[in-house]
Design a protein around this ligand. Sequence first.
Ligand code: GDP
Ligand code: MG
Length: 318
Amino acid sequence: MAFHSGFVSILGRPNAGKSTLLNALVGEKLAIISPKPQTTRNRILGIIHVPSGRAKRGGQVVLIDTPGVHKPDSSLGRKMMVEVSEALEGSNVILLIADVMQKSAPADQFVLDMAKRSGTPIFLILNKIDRIEKGKLLPIIEQWRKLHEFKEIIPISALKKNGLDVLLERLLEALPQGPKYFPEDQLTDQPTRFMAAEIIREQLLLGTKEEVPYSTTVIVDQFEEGLRLTRIAATIYCEREGQKRILIGKGGQMLKKVGTTARIQIEKMIGTKVFLELFVKVTPGWRNSRQFVEGLDWRRQLEELAGDRHGNFKPARS
Ligand code: GDP
Ligand code: MG
């Protein structure tokens, strides 16, 4: 049977469950998750390899998780929306993911308009059906149907992994015949160095409240992989002295807890012991500094690390 492949971007409001869906479909934790909106700040590639079997179509789905669509009020927010637009460019299918528990609002219309403008076929994915009574689903589907002629409407629970087989099958049907864009052992284009920074940021998101999670970012300054030990030093940036005190905690407790939990997860990901050092630094207003925000982009960081010679870290698109 013919091999089908292509690029599929996951689009939706903050907290709809986009990153949970990416992780569930790929079967690995590639994107960090939190109950707080705007957890995802850059686009994240996840590659699904589907072996062909008897009467089963084989193929490769290159998923792109994106930051939640919102009206940006900072350089960081604007950069996040650029990440969304770049994901939509060149996508074969858009998965518009909506939370069934959330009343469809102008925000959904805004996301839908964005998807429609791209001219790409749209699958409507109604997520979190584990939280709703069965009878309530049909009226919601009807409501959405009035807004657009979706290529497919598929109810799922990304968390409980319900409906994902159907989703994958329909996706492969919708994708054109195409090449294997990535080798079979590759699941993402993110370097481990950057994933380590995200794992640390996830712990900060889970452990802090109010403005602190949004004012925080992480940059890995040192990443030395050895056979048995990987040495990592990272700086946590925040915007105010008060936030720094919270991030460090009484007697350094908070930082210690974040460091320990993150280290264990990073060890699992890399497969070696990890020595993790964390620093906290105050950089007032970094979210509004275009230059600082651009510097957070791992693609940019890689360019700087490698020098101009191997500057472009791009997945091989044949
Ligand atoms: P994103 O902002 O769209 O990437 O959303 P996340 O994937 O970070 O998820 C936001 C929150 O919704 C997290 O607390 C998830 O655990 C939760 N969530 C995601 N999918 C589901 C689902 O299918 N059912 C339920 N009950 N919760 C979900
Ligand atoms: Mg996300």
